[in-house]
Design a protein around this ligand. Structure first.
Ligand SMILES: Cc1ncc(COP(=O)(O)O)c(C=O)c1O
Length: 470
């Protein structure tokens, strides 16, 4: 007789699952012998006081999964299933140190440069654009997009960056993806392992670790001078690619001079297959004068790979970034990645298309330029009043962050610890110095982002920062 532990109060559907699970476990635990006969359905139904249907469902499921077999007009039998090598001991589930603790977000204020302002995001216009996308793109939503992203969306972006950034390109040259990092990864997967990439230090640490640790490429770290990346070091470097942020250097905020831009373009022509990667991450925001045209707009020889993103201009969580490839790199890219399944959400991309087409994008950028300018001015004024002679701010009216230097006796470690204790999110400059050896002075510098701090919280955040520093 089979002994099953069944809770009869359960719904009939669940009852069958209980019987199935109990039997399955007993078979796995080898409580029954191979080829042992199971009770007839009616007998088991009577014994357990359940319907025959319930037992039939349980037996059918076991049969389907191969735990039992049936012989016509005879009944059901236990299958001779393969034994596990080690069934008794069990490897620990998720070790404690890999478990994520719930984050305590209550009461935090943030000077992060990675965020955008969500309070002022025009969700109504975005949802209107999403409705349009659903209405007009039923067929496209039912399938996977072109591996570079839908052509219509690329065409819209090509027009946008042509107008706003002077980028000269055809929609065919645009590759859409879910972030700058995947784009860089795809780009370098078409290149040899001996490729040398030059980068500025201080610079974008996330791209540095991607290139050096994940992609294992040789990196030449170059310093900065008053015109941008140091040209003598660029000339000495035998790099194949140079990664720069000319419109608003990350993180110092400096704008690369026109002469340095031309020097860099000239440098690309001194070696075959040499390129500049222009990371144009926050150029939509320029406060006192007009936007500075992209470096790509000056390039006459197809030597610039342009990287753009909607992470700053819209929201970083949308994950819409793109790269504009020169024709010869595009050809290699297509050969290598033609089988790629496109990463972005097609609905989000068509929504973006209508958002730009309707004028909502331009209005949003205009409004945010004003809002960010007000906030930036307020924050700089509050910092200057509070810190007096102990602060020196690199006030470059562009982007969503600036660098400030502090006169303090505390070390970076002490400052980072104190900020945590006071629930203030800060980014210290040391994480952006990419060279191993100390290539920077002992001055304490912070990269201060202002996109996500509310105007009414600025005073409190600056007060906390003062306590952090002294
Ligand atoms: C220097 C720099 N480049 C690019 C990006 C954009 O990255 P993504 O497009 O992956 O959001 C950021 C984001 O904060 C950035 O700081």
């Amino acid at each position: 007789m089979i002994l099953l532990n069944i809770d009869k109060k359960q719904h009939a559907g669940h009852l069958y699952q209980q019987i199935y699970k109990e039997l399955k476990q007993k078979i796995l635990d080898r409580k029954y012998h191979a080829h042992e006969k199971l009770p007839a359905k009616r007998a088991l139904a009577n014994q357990l006081d359940v319907s025959i249907n319930t037992i039939t469902n349980a037996y059918e499921q076991l049969l389907e999964e191969g735990y039992i077999y049936s012989i016509e007009r005879s009944g059901y039998y236990i299958e001779d299933i393969t034994q596990f090598v080690d069934y008794q001991t069990k490897t620990e589930n998720l070790p404690e140190h890999l478990k994520e603790q719930p984050t305590d977000e209550e009461g935090w204020l943030s000077f992060s440069h990675m965020t955008a302002n969500v309070d002022l995001f025009p969700f109504k216009d975005w949802l209107k654009s999403e409705k349009e996308a659903i209405k007009h793109h039923q067929a496209e939503l039912a399938e996977i997009a072109h591996f570079q992203g839908p052509y219509q969306v690329r065409k819209r972006i090509a027009k946008l960056i042509g107008l706003n950034r002077g980028v000269i390109c055809d929609p065919e040259q645009i590759i859409l993806s879910v972030g700058t990092q995947p784009l860089i990864k795809q780009l370098f997967s078409t290149q040899s392992k001996n490729t040398v990439v030059a980068m500025e230090s201080p610079g974008y640490s996330r791209i540095f670790s991607l290139l050096s640790q994940q992609l294992q490429l040789s990196i030449d770290l170059l310093s900065l001078d008053s015109n941008g990346v140091n040209i003598d070091e660029v000339e000495q470097s035998n790099a194949d690619f140079l990664f720069v942020t000319p419109s608003h250097h990350f993180p110092t905020g400096e704008i690369m001079t026109i002469s340095r831009r031309i020097e860099l373009l000239n440098w690309t022509l001194k070696k075959e297959n040499r390129y500049i990667i222009e990371d144009d991450y926050d150029s939509e925001f320029k406060y006192k004068t007009d936007n500075i045209p992209s470096l790509q707009s000056l390039d006459q020889h197809q030597r610039v790979i342009y990287l753009g993103t909607f992470s700053k201009s819209l929201l970083p969580s949308f994950r819409i970034s793109y790269m504009v490839l020169p024709p010869n790199l595009l050809e290699i890219y297509r050969e290598k990645h033609g089988n790629l399944i496109h990463y972005n959400n097609t609905l989000v991309l068509y929504t973006l298309h209508y958002f730009i087409q309707s004028g909502a994008y331009d209005s949003h950028i205009k409004r945010m330029n004003h809002q960010y300018d007000v906030k930036r001015t307020l924050l700089i004024s509050e910092l200057t009043t509070t810190f007096g002679n102990n602060i020196s701010i690199k006030d470059i009216p562009a982007g969503l962050h600036f660098v400030a230097q502090f006169n303090t006796k505390k070390t970076y470690e002490e400052i980072e610890r104190a900020a945590k204790g006071l629930k203030l999110e800060i980014y210290t400059m040391r994480r952006f110095y990419l060279k191993q050896q100390s290539d920077h002075s002992d001055d304490i510098e912070l990269v201060i982002g202002f996109a996500n701090i509310k105007e009414e919280d600025i005073k409190e955040a600056v007060e906390r920062l003062y306590q952090v520093m002294y």
